[in-house]
Design a protein around this ligand. Structure first.
Ligand code: UD1
Length: 373
């Protein structure tokens, strides 16, 4: 039996790992061992996702929690190293671009364990984003690079990565969306918030570049307040953003409806029926593309250009006033059939599991030959 350590740490990791874990069940010789670093730990940032996505409870929770980048990364590394030594896995699978992704990939490669990175090759070319550094470091030490889109493959090739390491497999986050869309559509989330289909805007903002500076946060809240005079605006607020609002002693503009972070199904339901979404999240740029819902991204770059060229995403830059201008032209109608990037078809998890299984099988054969030799 070959063990694979599958690492999750923060909210967007869960929906990427869930379809891979499910697909790995089809390979009785492989045993996934699920590790939660504990980077996210709140009920609504973590546990609810395990429940709703039908994920098994983590086999090990490292319980690292929040801290500065260096301390959080170091704590994950310190806790993960003995675990890798204890389990002696054939492979470590990491997803996305959070601190836990980078920390665990560094530990694994230094212990001589191959790393597979899911969502490899995305590049914003913005080194002020912690995620860009995490992506570059993780890709550099990974032996298998699973790309969600062709632009990611092009980026990796341009960086000199050997073609045999790169696999274009599609987008496991969209596997999860497709699997749960019917259930999400049945949720009473709009009734709960008194919203009409296509009659509201949904907002998520948590990037340090937007929320960590008081002036920028103030201008964002001001623009959202103005938007809320035109259309109901629902803002499930990330704890980082709420923390910044509270620390600065700001109040929410009247009309803006702020809630706690929502679970996966309610959020998907609300995203699916929104007239448009305002965000700075990477995953939401992809999910709105798959749903065909307009997405206004409050950033001046994206590591996911395919959501613009083949999807519904629009970059607004960093001036929150542009939310008002851009949203004016968005009608209640949504395009009849969303365009969707290649291989965002709900089968990415299966492709990933299949490739991992063949790699481990090939390695086992080599090991056997070496033993006999
Ligand atoms: C992290 C990821 C980011 C991802 C985001 C999704 C990194 C560098 N960033 O950002 O890429 O888009 O997750 O949510 O890994 N907090 C809680 N409860 C929690 C988790 C966090 O209250 O369960 C608060 C803490 O005050 C913490 C702050 O949120 O200091 C930030 O958390 P952290 O994990 O450092 O980064 P995120 O902003 O969540």
């Amino acid at each position: 039996m070959s063990e694979i350590l599958c690492v999750v740490g923060a909210r967007p990791n869960f929906m990427k790992m869930a379809p891979i874990l499910r697909a790995l069940k089809g390979y009785p010789d492989l045993r996934p061992f699920l590790v939660h670093t504990g980077q996210h730990y709140d009920e609504e940032m973590s546990r609810v996702f395990f429940e709703e996505l039908g994920m098994p409870a983590p086999d090990r929770d490292l319980g690292v929690g929040s801290d500065t980048h260096a301390r959080q990364t170091a704590r994950v590394m310190e806790a993960f190293e003995p675990l890798v030594e204890e389990r002696a896995p054939r492979l470590v699978v990491v997803v996305g671009d959070v601190n836990s992704t980078m920390a665990c990939s560094l530990v694994a490669v230094k212990l001589g364990v191959p790393v597979a990175h899911v969502e490899a090759g995305l590049r914003s070319r913005d080194w002020s984003m912690p995620e860009e550094i995490n992506r570059i470091v993780t890709d550099a030490v990974s032996t298998t690079l699973f790309a969600t889109s062709e632009d990611a493959v092009t980026n990796l090739r341009a960086e000199g990565v050997a073609p045999e390491k790169i696999h274009l497999v599609g987008n496991p986050m969209i596997d999860t969306l497709r699997q749960h869309l019917t259930a999400a559509r049945g949720r009473p989330a709009l009734v709960r918030f008194g919203l009409e289909p296509r009659g509201y805007a949904l907002v998520t903002l948590h990037r340090p570049s937007n929320v960590d500076h008081e002036e920028s946060l103030r201008r964002i809240l001001d623009s959202l307040g103005k938007l809320a005079r035109r259309i109901p605006v629902l803002f499930p607020m990330h704890p980082r953003t709420r923390g910044r609002v509270e620390r600065a002693g700001m109040t929410f503009p009247s009309g803006l409806r702020v809630t706690e972070p929502l679970g996966y199904l309610d959020f998907l339901c609300l995203m699916d029926r929104a007239r448009f979404v305002v965000t700075d999240s990477g995953g939401i740029q992809e999910e709105t593309t798959a749903l065909g819902v307009p997405c206004l991204t409050l950033r001046s770059n994206t590591e996911r250009p395919v959501t613009i060229s083949e999807g519904t995403n629009q970059l607004l830059g960093d001036d929150p006033a542009s939310i008002l201008l851009a949203s004016e032209v968005l009608s209640e109608e949504r395009p009849s059939e969303p365009r969707c990037p290649k291989l965002w078809d709900g089968q990415a998890g299966k492709r990933i599991a299949n490739i991992l299984a063949s790699q481990i099988e090939a390695q086992s054969r080599l090991d056997l030959c070496a033993d006999r030799g």
